[in-house]
Ligand binder design. Sequence first.
Ligand code: SF4
Length: 364
Amino acid sequence: MHLSTISTKIQNQERLTPEECLFLLKNAELLDLGDLANQIRYRKNPESRVTFVVDTNPNYTNICNVDCIFCAFYRHEGEAGEYTYSVDAMIENFKRSVANGVTTVLLQGGVNPKIPFEYYVEMVERTVKEVPEVMPHFWSTSEIIGMASVSGLEVREVLKRLWDAGQRTIPGGGAEILSDRVKKKISSLKGTSADWLNVMREAHKIGYKTTATMMYGHLETNEDVVEHLESIRQLQDEYHGFTAFIPWSFKPGNTPLEKIIPHYATPMRYLQMLAISRIYLDNFDHIQASWFSEGKKTGQIALHFGADDFGGTLFEENVHAAANFVNKTNTEEVIQLIQDSGFIPAQRTTLYDVLKVYEKKEAA
Ligand code: SF4
């Protein structure tokens, strides 16, 4: 196998095999990967536009019984610092966000067995009715599996009821690495890779659009990364229900896994993950760079490694903050960061429809 053969395949728009993906991860120079990824980025999104969404990421409960060892966010019931907010309190939170221009609320929490399914349905119904300015981008696959468990309903029925309440998109969290070898070690109570894929498949069948994510930088090997990418590429072939792919790195602070993996993954590894996902996921339109999880400078560089989206403004964020990782921005800064990277910023919706393009100001 040679880089030139793979490069020719990419130029001819041929699909890479898992073996070729692994070869690139193990042998390709980072800048070569970036070049290949950028070719594909401009083929799929020819304009020099980089999209972003004005969003916020609040949490309604931090009580969770899944005990993932990479998580610093959750508490057990009765433990100091645990909380569960009412639907009323969350609706007020969303209304305050609207004043900041938020159009997407990404709402997640722990898997709290004390919350009845009606709470989730009411949250969606009331958001759609009382805060129509925002799109409810709610619940990870783990929470949806938890709803099935407390209600006794099938996952498909849970998703159908949320759809009937007005929900249309689901965030892709909870995947971590879709390799059961790793999942057994970092989140043994969370279910298998097939469980995550099953929730997404059922959602796509109903008509939901979702994102797909990957958290790397812990116990995974390059082989596990290939397995992850292959699983979501296969599922995307079935229903084309994923809007975007979003990789981010593990944040060790305050987590049990910190004892084994005390360091952040490097920016080089991030750029490699981003580029390889753009190259391998030939059926994804959008790859999201993250100013938030990897830092603003790395986020900007990532726009030259295959990403065409800069993520969200994330006005409220508590999960990474629990791991002592805090990054803040505002809409003006996001626009500036994209412009400074050489691109035209465009504000988008959860579904990647463009709302407003910020053409570059002319030089004085
Ligand atoms: S990652 Fe989610 S499911 Fe796992 S412990 Fe944290 S809150 Fe619970």
